[in-house]
Write a protein that binds this ligand. Structure first.
Ligand SMILES: [Fe+2]
Length: 99
């Protein structure tokens, strides 16, 4: 059993990883609508990677008999008007969630 502080932080990180997946799905959808299949595919791969990160932490917590709390995942709400804005937002988010 992990201590509560570690457990709380890991639960938060699961949520952040799943939110990241949602955000990258939103970016996938933006590029899909723009007809930019390569960019869309890249963001789909990122979304699946973020889900994998969440599942690694989730399984680690289960293996350590740690209580898992699945909180609501926030809705990605940014509206993009330029392709470059999506790339910048993705980089900013990645820097945030990695920190
Ligand atoms: Fe991640």
């Amino acid at each position: 059993m992990l201590n509560k502080k570690v457990s709380d932080l890991l639960n938060e990180q699961i949520n952040k990883e799943l939110y990241s997946g949602y955000l990258y799905l939103d970016m996938n959808n933006y590029f899909d609508k723009r007809g930019l299949a390569g960019f869309a595919n890249w963001y789909m791969i990122q979304a699946m990677e973020e889900r994998d990160h969440a599942m690694l932490i989730y399984k680690y917590m289960q293996n350590n008999d740690c209580p898992i709390v699945l909180n609501a995942i926030a809705k990605p709400d940014k509206k993009y008007t330029k392709d470059m804005d999506v790339l910048k937002a993705g980089l900013e988010h990645e820097e945030y969630v990695t920190a």
